[in-house]
Every structure is written in C-alpha cells, then in structure tokens.
Ligand binder design. Sequence first.
Ligand code: DI6
Ligand code: FE
Length: 420
Amino acid sequence: MESLHAHPSADGVWQGLRLAEGLAVPDVALPEGALASVVVRQGQVRWVGPDAALPAAFAALPRWQAGGLLATPGLVDCHTHLVYGGQRAHEFALRLAGASYEEVARAGGGIVSSVRATRAASEDELFALAAPRLQALLDEGVCAIEIKSGYGLALEHERKQLRVARRLGEAFGVTVRTTFLGAHALPPEYAGRDQDYTDLVCHEMLPALAAEGLVDAVDVFCERIAFTLAQTEQVFQAARRLGLPVKLHAEQLSDMGGSALAARYGALSCDHIEHLSQEGIAAMQRAGTVAVLLPGAYYTLRDTQLPPIPALRAAGVPMAVSTDHNPGTSPALSLLLMANMACTLFRLTVPEALAGITTHAARALGLQATHGLIAAGRPANLVLWPVAEAAELAYWLGQKPACTIVRQGRVVRDALGVHG
Ligand code: DI6
Ligand code: FE
C-alpha cells in the first residue's frame, strides 16, 4: 500500500508545462503557445505563469523539466460506493440473460446482496478489499474522491463503511469526502416497514454518525425501488438540522421529481438524472446544483434514456462525470474511461468531459475552493500526461497512461521521470 510520507516532496518549480485549457488560473497571462511553470512550496501551489516570467523569489528553488507535458489538476471522482464486501458478477450474468436491474433487486439480489456481504465483513476486511480499488483510481491521477456508505443499512455497519472511508483517506494521503447513504435500500429486517426505517435513518443513524465526525454529506436513493419523495425530504430535513449538505441519486430509473426537491435544499449535486425534467433542470440551475453524469451505470444497465445534456448545457448547469464505482451497476475503476464514455455515449465535448472530472466534480463535493483547478493558494494536486493534445485523455479506451502525479504536495508517481 502507498503511504504519502514515503514519497518525495514536490516542492520546486515544475517547468515546461502545457496547461490544459480552462483547468488552470495563471498569475501572469500566458502568451499563446507558451510553456508554463507551476511553483510548489510547502505542499501548496504558489504561482502559475509563463516559464519566462518566474518571479525572482522562486529562482533558487529546485527545477523539474516537464518538456511540454500536458498538466491537469488532480482528478476528482465525485460519486463512488467504493467500500463493500463481495461482488455481483452473478447478477451481471442474470442481466445478460434478460433480467432488468429492478427485477434482480425485487428478487432479493441487487443492493441487498451487497448488504449481506458488507455486514459479514470486518472493518479490516473492508479496508483490504477497497484499498486496491482506490489504488487503481489513484494511479490514474485521482486526488479527491467521494465514498458513500449505504451497504450497511444499520448503524454499526454504516459506521464501519464510513470509518473505512476515513482510514483510506489517511492511509493513502488522498482527500476523501464521506457521504452517508443510509437511505439506499430497505434492509431485509425492515421489509414492509419503510417508514420505520426512514425514521431510524433520520433520528438515530444520521445523528450518531454525524456526531462521530464520519459524515461530510447526506445522500438518498430516491426511486420507485428505494425511497419516496416524502421520505427523501425527511432525510434532507434531518441533514439540515445537523448542518450537513445534501446530494441525491435522482431520476435514474424514472422521473420522481427528486432533483427539484434536492435543489430546494441547496443540494451539492443531483446524480444519474437520465429522466430529469425541464423543471428539474431549472431548479438545479437556480440552486447552483451540479449535474453528476454516470455513464458507467448507463452503460452497464444498457440504459437507452439519455440524460438531457443539451438542455443542461443550455441552462448552464455544471456537469460532472464520475465512476459511480459500485458492485452492481458500475464496477468501473477508470475515471478516464468515464470521460471517454461521457463523450461517446452522452456527447459531451472533450473540454466538458475534462471539466467534469476536475473542476465541476470538485464543486459537486463542495471542494471548489481547493480542488479541481491548478491555481495559487491550493494544495498541490496535479498530473502530467504524455499526450500531444488534451483530447487524448478522453480518446483512448482503457489505456491507463503513464503519468506523473503530485498529490497533496508529494510526487506519488513519476512514470515519466520528470522528478528524477
Ligand atoms: N444507484 C446506483 O447506480 C447504485 N446505487 C444507486 O442508488 C447501485 C448500487 C447497487 O446496485 O449496488
Ligand atoms: Fe451511485
């Protein structure tokens, strides 16, 4: 396993960078085609500008020559269910044989089967299972990630998932935002008592876990096979009482009106949104809520209902792209592949897809002041790529490019030998 302290400091002047368009804020304007320097000091970006304009104050720092490599901010995966026991390849086979996601769920498979495996696993076992998944994402330049609970569905097991999420962040030196998704599915012991379970989520589970500092945001699966609009609002009210931001699994399988509700609660994001209405878009636009697109789930479920991209674009709703890594509907471990699929399946432009896995993904986590952009005053999270143009990041299918990664001010990977 990777430990941040084992890696060298990134402090110094990173020279000869091509800054990805729209993903960096130079302190001194860059002439067309000019190569840029990024100054890192004490783990923070201190200055961004043309190589030729490096301020004298930084002249004595060590210099690393990037020779024209493309620089992006560290990637942000803003929607994952990374911590769980077991896997669901069996359901994959069932779906290939014709069963729908809803049929599999109603037959006792689906989320509840991951709940069984997650409850049966110890905290250490869950950590060991999630660590290589996280490593795969980190190797591609992810520097901040959201991890949801929602496979425990009982206080002790939701706690276990969230504790593992926190431990992963500390052990790997990566920004982790935890999201409590107690209202993900009805646990089997509450069959037929969905209101009782919602009350438990709101009055016991969420307050206890929030008091333990394990919750950065609150999410609900608002859907015919999950929680109603009224129950969703009840959870949002509980979150509001605790001062926690909300987000929503909304309009994935049907239009429940969840996005408009979430927007009324100032939601950070509405995620999936294949069935989002014009009214939902307008509400999100007014609230500044991010639309999180999850092409891995769309693809895995062989969905045909496209999220309303042109209308989101026209309304100026920021669009993020994420893996939705989970064992049921999106066993995806490549954020670049998701960028590719967002372009090919959803018709995002390359700049939209790249903003979707950086700047807008950071906003979906409330991290827009610190992540998703190369700019002075932020923690040093950047990735150098051996590509001729930025479009290559979304163009290759499953390439896992060699790259050099600075995460939290450390050179955690240097496949390109820049820091040699
Ligand atoms: N929507 C999803 O895509 C995941 N959760 C959710 O609410 C699927 C989770 C699973 O099938 O295990
Ligand atoms: Fe999800």
